[in-house]
Design a protein around this ligand. Structure first.
Ligand code: C5P
Length: 220
C-alpha cells in the first residue's frame, strides 16, 4: 500500500450508491478505503470490487476464528478483490499464521488489531496489546491496528515493532483522536470514518484532514 496522504477512509455507510459517491468524491485524499461488516452485509461482497476502482481496499472483518475458518474467510475476501484484511491477534499465533499464509499466496497484506480504539478496548485487549504486536512481527504481518484515541499507546507499540511493521490508526474525529497527534506518535496512516462520510461535504472534510497530516509531516 502506497503512503501518500497517510489517510484511510472507513466507509461504514450501508447504501451502495452513497458508498460509491463518497469514494468518488474523496479518493484523491485517501491511500485506501476500509470496508467492513456494515457495508458488506448491506450491499454484498461485490462492493469490494466496485470500490477498488477508486483505491486499494482493506477488508475490516477482524477475523477471529480457528486457523481453518480463518483460512476460508481470507480466501473469500481476497477472491473478492480486497488488497488487505484486518484480523484479530488475540486468537493466537496459529490462527494468525493461517491468515498470513493465505495472504502471501495472493500477495496481499494482513493487518493485526493490537488494541481497539473505543474505551472498552482498554478493558481486555490493551493488556495483551504488546504481546500481540510481538507475534504479529514474528508472523510477518504487514501492519498493526493501534488506537488514535490513545497516541501514547501508538508510541509504545511503535517502540516495540520499530519500522518493521506499519501502523494504521482508527479513532480520529468522531472518537476524539487527532490526526496530526497520531501521525506524530508514529502511525503510518490514520483511519477516518464518520468525520468524513457524515460531513456535509465529505470531500472538504477529507481535504482538511489530509492537509493537517501534510502539515504535521512537513513540520509546519
Ligand atoms: O467513524 P470512525 O472514524 O470512528 O470509524 C473508525 C473505524 O475504524 C470503524 O470502521 C471501526 O470499526 C474501525 N476500528 C476502530 N478501532 C479498531 C479497529 C477498527 O475504530 N481498533
Amino acid at each position: 500500500m502506497e503512503r501518500n496522504t497517510c489517510m484511510i477512509l472507513a466507509l461504514d455507510v450501508t447504501d451502495r450508491e452513497e458508498a460509491l459517491k463518497i469514494a468518488e468524491d474523496v479518493w484523491e485524499f485517501v491511500d485506501a478505503i476500509k470496508v467492513g461488516y456494515p457495508l458488506v452485509l448491506a450491499t454484498g461482497l461485490d462492493i469490494i470490487r466496485e470500490l477498488a476502482e477508486f483505491a486499494p481496499i482493506i477488508a475490516d472483518f477482524k477475523v477471529a476464528d480457528i486457523p481453518n475458518t480463518n483460512r476460508l474467510i481470507c480466501d473469500q475476501v481476497f477472491e473478492a478483490g480486497a488488497d488487505a484484511i484486518i484480523v484479530q491477534g488475540f486468537t493466537g499465533r496459529d490462527s494468525l499464521d493461517a491468515c498470513i499464509e493465505i495472504a502471501s499466496e495472493y500477495r496481499k497484506d494482513v493487518f493485526v488489531v493490537s488494541e481497539m480504539s473505543h474505551p472498552g478496548g482498554a478493558e481486555f485487549l490493551q493488556p495483551a496489546a504488546e504481546a500481540i504486536a510481538k507475534i504479529a512481527l514474528e508472523a510477518g504481518a504487514f501492519g498493526l491496528v493501534a488506537p488514535a484515541t490513545r497516541p501514547e499507546r501508538v508510541k509504545k507499540i511503535r517502540k516495540i515493532i520499530g519500522d518493521k511493521l506499519t501502523i494504521i490508526s482508527p479513532g480520529v474525529g468522531a472518537q476524539g483522536g487527532k490526526a496530526s497527534d497520531v501521525i506524530a506518535a508514529g502511525a503510518d496512516w490514520v483511519i477516518v470514518g464518520r468525520s468524513i462520510y457524515k460531513a456535509e461535504s465529505p470531500k472538504e472534510a477529507a481535504c482538511e484532514i489530509a492537509e493537517e497530516i501534510r502539515a504535521e509531516l512537513c513540520g509546519e
